[in-house]
Design a protein around this ligand. Structure first.
Ligand code: AMP
Ligand code: ZN
Length: 666
């Protein structure tokens, strides 16, 4: 097999595995094997850029940055749907249809109404060429780079697809994916997202597609438009799309009457919470495409389709007590402890009250009869109070003023919704929370140590901060509950092994507020070692790419706390990595120091992202727009004409990819 054949066969293999994993949910190889194959492909593609293919599975990792999403017109308009809320509404709709079509038989396809962001995908010769948001229905934003990172969107189709068509669907986050994303955000000291729908929709407009690639987005398809498609019915549309490699939920039914349609809606009204994603109703469509054409459109929506909306699910119960949770960063979350009640198939005992403003807004009090709703959020929420049931002697809820765990007076910063316990050194859940973050998988990844053991070690007085982990001995741990010789040994070994974890992860592990994984990487690269970072001023921090005032303030604050410095010094003395490795440093020079580059277009031997990385690694700065301060415009193929004109007017030298690479050889 020659190189080109090898590349082609790896692409096909990975395409098939992507399909099995993300569309069929039936993986046939392990994640590890998949990663190895992907790495192999990426390596070959870098070595042989001449075999570039815009549909290669390696593009799924993203890396394209879109500063301004281009507005493009939809070739076929994207309509809204009319809503109905009852059996009567649906029957009225059926009568209207029959009046137009005359006395003929009408069948309906029922599908779930997926709750996310609509998207229109254009395929030509089986290849994805464009992905556009709904926008106002006539025109939307071109988000192709971002959509390409969604693994269930095929870049290359299979089977007997038409030469050109648009396919419409909904970009969603599964409830599980959403919950996982939020858990990671909370771990990084960031605020969790409110609901899957808005998060999915917001993801489409992220500028950096590698961030989109990290989100567990999915694309569920439901309709095809185009000329001469040779498809007779909506039900066939779903089948066909499935056979070309699209993810089309199998929860769809062909119904002979509105009575049958009602059976479908009744069933899913109850069972919708068994689904892995959110749905807010059912979409009923006239099945025959020919009848659809006859029915046509109103100004806003097709006459041949109707959304049936589910009722938001609510339960009524008593709020027994409001308690307050303290998170790793000291953030306080009020929780409603409820008289257990059945809601959407699960027993609910607790509901979120979000923050003090929310409590005040709803005027919710202990002892109240409350309405609980399960919307997008994983934790149910209180949406209102039945004031008719309130006791005469009830008093407004007084929000706590002091930390329930350590008694310290709470603070609330200007513009923030949450109260905080400022006692980060002495507040137990903050202490254990920080240590739990430190040992977590994406941070120090300490094997043999879990969250509960951390709590136990803290309770027994064996650790007070994460530096203490490194002086733990087997003899100290053995007497603890449920500790055996072997597990004690594993713990000590796991801690010791973590000394090899690279600097950027150690930095993330420290748990500095707003310093998540990505920010930690940027800081590590910019400052190279902890001493430089510890002494960095606010001004020095904000000149680093993507570091704003909020992060800079937090970093300066962290290192102005003597106890934090002491812990870091101790960790240093135990041999943890507090500077970039030799290898990381070797790839870095000062050759481009003081120079600012704008990169535009498509390059031959290197991806745009790698090019940017090379600039930064060699001390240069990457900027997105051309100004008089720009030193060079590195121009690739298909560069926008406006960039060229602007560079020319401002006298900014335009250089090629080869010119750029030569600079580094000097
Ligand atoms: P609305 O935004 O309420 O007018 O509802 C119309 C939107 O519902 C469409 O733009 C689609 O994005 C979305 N939708 C979700 N699931 C489906 C489906 N199965 N069929 C058609 N539209 C759907
Ligand atoms: Zn506290």
């Amino acid at each position: 097999m020659n190189i080109q054949e090898k590349i082609t066969s790896l692409r096909e293999e990975l395409r098939e595995h992507n399909y099995k994993y993300y569309v069929l949910d039936e993986p046939s190889i392990s994640d590890y094997e998949f990663d190895m194959k992907l790495k192999e492909l990426q390596k070959l593609e870098v070595e042989h850029p001449e075999f570039y293919d815009a549909t290669s599975p390696s593009l799924r990792v993203g890396g394209m940055v879109t500063k301004n999403f281009e507005t493009v017109a939809h070739e076929h308009r994207m309509y809204s749907l009319d809503n109905s809320y009852s059996k009567e509404d649906l029957e009225d709709w059926e009568k209207r249809i029959q009046r137009i079509l005359g006395d003929v038989e009408v069948e309906f396809t029922c599908e779930l109404k997926y709750d996310g962001a609509s998207i229109s995908l254009t395929y030509e010769d089986g290849r994805l060429v464009k992905a556009v948001t709904r926008g106002d229905g006539f025109q939307g934003d071109d988000v192709t780079n971002n959509i390409k990172t969604i693994k269930s969107v095929p870049l290359q189709l299979k089977g007997d697809y038409p030469p050109k068509f648009d396919i419409r669907g909904e970009i969603i986050l599964t409830l599980e994916g959403f919950a996982k994303m939020n858990a990671e955000r909370v771990e990084a000291g960031e605020d969790p997202y409110m609901n899957p729908r808005n998060t999915a929709s917001g993801s489409l407009k992220l500028q950096d597609s590698s961030l989109v690639a990290q989100r567990p987005l999915e694309c569920l398809l439901y309709s095809i438009t185009g000329d001469n498609l040779g498809i007779a019915s909506q039900f066939e549309v779903l089948d066909k799309a499935r056979s070309w490699g699209f993810k089309v939920p199998t929860v769809a039914k062909l119904c002979k009457s509105t009575a049958e349609v009602m059976q479908f809606t009744d069933y899913w009204e109850v069972h919708r919470h068994d689904l892995p994603y959110e749905t807010d109703g059912v979409v009923v469509k006239v099945n025959s495409i020919q009848q659809q054409e006859e029915l046509g459109y109103t100004a806003k929506s097709p006459r041949w389709a109707m959304a049936y909306k589910f009722k938001a699910e609510q339960a009524i119960t008593t709020l027994n007590k409001i308690t307050y949770q303290v998170g790793r960063t000291g953030a306080i979350t009020p929780v409603a402890n409820l008289e257990p009640v059945l809601l959407a198939g699960t027993t609910v005992k607790r509901a979120s009250l979000h923050n003090a403003d929310q409590i005040a807004k709803l005027d919710v009090r202990e002892g109240d009869t409350v309405f609980v709703e399960k919307g997008g959020e994983i934790i149910p929420k209180i949406v209102g109070v039945d004031f008719t049931k309130r006791d005469m002697d009830s008093n407004p809820t007084a929000y706590i003023t002091h930390c329930p765990e350590c008694g310290t007076e709470l603070i609330r910063k200007e513009g923030e919704a949450q109260h905080f316990c400022p006692n980060d050194v002495g507040c137990p859940p903050q202490i254990t929370g920080r240590i739990q973050h430190f040992i977590s998988r994406k941070a120090m990844d300490i094997e043999g140590l879990g969250g509960e053991t951390v709590e136990l070690l803290f309770k027994e007085g064996l650790i007070e901060n994460y530096a203490d982990l490194y002086t733990l001995t087997k003899e100290q741990i053995l007497p603890l509950e449920r500790m055996a010789e072997k597990s004690a040994e594993n713990l000590v070994n796991g801690v010791s092994a973590s000394k090899a974890i690279p600097f950027e992860r150690v930095l993330f592990a420290l748990g500095i507020r707003y310093v998540g994984e990505t920010v930690a990487k940027k800081l590590a690269k910019a400052f190279k070692d902890i001493d430089a970072l510890m002494t960095a001023s606010q001004e020095q921090l904000v000149i680093v790419d993507e570091i704003g005032d909020r992060i800079a303030e937090s970093v300066v604050g962290f290192f102005s706390e003597p106890s934090n410095i002491e812990v870091v010094e101790r960790l240093k003395s135990y041999g943890l990595q507090f500077s970039l490795s030799q290898e990381q440093l070797e790839n870095q020079t000062d050759l481009l120091k003081g120079q600012t580059f704008v990169v535009s277009g498509v390059f031959e031997t290197i991806s745009r992202n790698d090019l940017k990385k090379m600039i930064e690694d060699n001390g240069g700065k990457v900027s997105s727009s051309i100004s008089s301060k720009t030193s060079f415009l590195v121009a690739g193929d298909k560069m926008g004409p406006s960039k060229r004109t602007k560079a020319e007017t401002l006298g900014v030298p335009i250089i090629s990819e080869q010119d750029f690479l030569q600079k580094l050889e000097a």
